[in-house]
Design a protein around this ligand. Structure first.
Ligand SMILES: Nc1ncnc2c1ncn2[C@@H]1O[C@H](COP(=O)(O)OP(=O)(O)OP(=O)(O)O)[C@@H](O)[C@H]1O
Ligand SMILES: [Mg+2]
Length: 293
């Protein structure tokens, strides 16, 4: 068996730190508390997954960490420095492939690097290093054969691999991923899971990964942060009792299935979504939804 060289989260060095973070949208009756007094430490090298019912503030927390959204109150830091906007050390991958349709795969991957380095300040060594990294990322993501293809010519899984390669191009220390595999089929997702774990091992990137899928959260994360809605808040934090080097068969381990059940029950309990069983019984008796009155 291969030695387990997986990075372990360095608990003494929080990479990201939230203290009493609030985010509200709107005013008066339309006011929504998307984040209520969020306290969270994310260790360097950690792979943390965020799960919870729809509307519990997962994307808002991620966007606030990315600096794409300003917090309403509280303190948010990366490496001890306040987060007041986007930064090169933090990259984001969105659910819907956000590639530039007019650029081919290779140019999409190179694009973030081009933005970050002013053309005049670039040396030949910079250009060489960047193109070496772009090539390596292309091959790692299994995209070498489509380097000259355009996004519209790729499958969803391939497009998302390009988006991840692009995010990794500038060597971010933190990768923020918002349901990056949500639109992929089950088989492609499994491949992507092992790929992202591989990238985490190689690059030692701190990853915060939002998902609806509890199994995905457990398979990928060292730690699962469960959020609850109305108001959006952290409900509980669960260390994942699995070796750092994950294999697909671990999904059948009793500790995996037990924690999966606990998380699913807790999400159900906090979601506030309940089926109106009385109405359902009436409709069943009537045999039609149209007779609901
Ligand atoms: N730009 C916005 N303006 C107003 N309300 C917003 C805005 N963005 C988010 N919200 C509200 O904040 C709350 C949290 O939304 P958020 O998108 O963070 O939830 P989520 O956990 O990512 O949900 P989902 O799982 O459905 O993606 C929701 O009630 C949402 O309606
Ligand atoms: Mg969301």
């Amino acid at each position: 068996m291969a030695p387990d060289l997986s990075p372990r989260p360095d608990a003494d060095r929080p990479k990201l730190q939230a203290r009493g973070v609030w985010k509200t949208f709107g005013h008066g009756a339309a006011r929504t508390v998307a984040l209520q007094a969020v306290d969270l430490d994310i260790a360097d090298n950690a792979f943390v997954t965020l799960v919870g019912a729809s509307g519990c503030g997962k994307s808002t927390l991620l966007r606030t960490l990315a600096g794409l959204e300003h917090r309403s109150a509280g303190d948010l830091r990366c490496d001890g420095q306040p987060i007041d906007g986007p930064g090169r050390e933090r990259a984001m991958v969105f659910q819907h492939y956000s590639l530039y349709p007019w650029l081919n795969v290779l140019d999409n991957i190179r694009f973030s690097r081009q933005l970050a380095t002013h053309t005049r300040d670039r040396t030949d060594a910079d250009v060489e290093a960047a193109s070496g990294r772009a090539d390596a990322l292309l091959r790692l993501m299994g995209l070498a054969h489509v380097a000259r293809a355009y996004p519209s010519q790729l499958s969803g899984g391939m497009q998302q691999r390009v988006a991840i390669a692009r995010a990794l191009m500038s060597r971010p220390q933190v990768l923020l991923m918002d349901e990056p595999f949500g639109a992929l089929d089950a088989q492609t997702r499994e491949v992507m899971h092992d790929l992202i774990l591989h990238v985490h091992r190689l690059e030692r990137t701190t990853i915060v990964f939002v998902t609806h899928d509890v199994e995905e959260a457990l398979y990928l994360g060292h730690q699962v942060v469960l959020m609850a809605p109305r108001p959006g808040r952290i409900d509980s934090i669960h260390p994942v009792p699995l070796p750092a080097l994950r294999t697909q068969d671990m999904k059948l381990a009793p500790e995996f299935t037990a924690l999966k059940r606990t998380l699913l029950e807790r999400i159900r309990a906090t979601s506030g979504m309940q089926t109106d069983t009385e109405l359902l019984a009436r409709l069943s008796r009537a045999g039609s939804i149209d007779l609901a009155r």
